[in-house]
Design a protein around this ligand. Sequence first.
Ligand SMILES: Nc1ncnc2c1ncn2[C@@H]1O[C@H](COP(=O)(O)OP(=O)(O)OP(=O)(O)O)[C@@H](O)[C@H]1O
Ligand SMILES: O=P(O)(O)OC[C@H]1O[C@](O)(CO)[C@@H](O)[C@@H]1O
Length: 455
Amino acid sequence: MSTSLDFTVETLGSCTVDSPLAPRLDARRTTQHYVQETDRVLFDDTLSKVSRRSGDVDGLADLPSFEPTGPRKKIFFDPSKTRVGIVTCGGLCPGINNVIRAVVSELTNHYGVRRIVGFKNGYQGFIPSYGHDIVDLTPKVVENIDNEGGTILGTSRGQQDPVAMVDCLERLGISILFVIGGDGTLRGAQRIAAEIKERDQRIAVVGIPKTIDNDIPFIDQSFGFQSAFSEATRSIRSAKVEARTAPNGVSLVKLMGRHSGFIACYAALAQNDADYVLIPEVPFTLEGPGGFLEALRAKVRDQGHALVVAAEGAGQELFEDVDDRDASGNKKLQDVGLLLRQAIVDDFAAHQMDLNFRYIDPSYVIRSVPANPYDAVYCTRLAHAAVHAAMAGRTNMVVGRWRRRFVHIPIHLAVSARNQVDPHGDLWWSVLEATGQPWSFGERDADQVTAFGGQ
Ligand SMILES: Nc1ncnc2c1ncn2[C@@H]1O[C@H](COP(=O)(O)OP(=O)(O)OP(=O)(O)O)[C@@H](O)[C@H]1O
Ligand SMILES: O=P(O)(O)OC[C@H]1O[C@](O)(CO)[C@@H](O)[C@@H]1O
């Protein structure tokens, strides 16, 4: 594989300003040296994973490594003249406030930046007609905000015009925009960066990827994910207690996870009580031999109770396709929790079996909790990495931890594919082993696993 290609992210220009952090940096940490001396992050096997799932991704094969994060001795922006904006978009996720706080304190305390503003309610905050005020962010304002879940800036979905957004950045004299959001937000950030480039402006756009679904590629794990699935284990534990203390008790816990079942898998592995885990990546059938309902009945006969964990995106193939979209254009999912509830109740009745059914849907509960200590540290490190990158004039990029290293990732890569549970990979194997479920390759499609095939 070639190693001479575009392995750095876009830069606004050469770094000529002495960083206030320079005296504290190791002598090796000139930008050039740092990049060249640090281990490159090779990812041949992941390349093959990405291309296996989504076909060829343009330019991916040419990217041998990512640039490491960290402070540079020379930076692009003069901190005394730099005004910074922060925006948070999309669904909530534990740790957003930690990121905001750490961005503000790093900029203020280490770089001496004095003007930081927050845009309210996502990309709406850039558009005057919504009437959202800009908020001044100082270390005092962000003190302790990490004790709360959510985002102090608010968030929204829905398209906004990148031209109007860049007009706003220019009007406010913003030099750096930090964007905290999921894949949609990052696509929006890409369009903002493109508009900035078109105008030949020197404004850096740096993203900190946020998603409890853990579906951003080239990121080991997204911040807040651990806090979210930890919270989900509480519901699984309660659901288990409910199920096993009633005759023929069946509990169903529905968790978030639109296209990626990581929350369901990790929560089920952490609180190892589930008998079935349904995720979007593994289609299944309800009725008939080898179907879910038959397996569930057998489990209840055998064990006296059963616990099912379902990601919201599981079983979408069981519905008629309806093209319903949210304000951002994301496909609205049909409610697999309600479908399963009805199907289980009807099926047990049809087979004259008693049933004590409990349905628990903690979706919003798990994503609105504060970050746990692990995520709090992770958020802080991501925020610091983002600040260093932006001050050094990097743009159109996100920070992420990839293979245990913090790196700069061009946005186009971060939105190039979707990180999903690999039905042939270790995680899903662990879930299947933990739940003790028989499985086989289904008849419908030799490449799809049906969790209840058992043939
Ligand atoms: N392709 C796109 N181009 C420009 N802007 C986009 C695009 N997709 C989404 N956005 C904008 O980004 C913002 C957030 O997008 P979205 O609602 O999809 O959430 P997200 O960032 O994907 O987060 P989550 O993972 O929580 O859904 C919205 O304002 C949306 O309009
Ligand atoms: O906040 P909303 O619009 O209800 O969206 C919920 C979605 O957001 C997420 O939490 C993050 O994408 C998904 O898991 C979930 O489907």
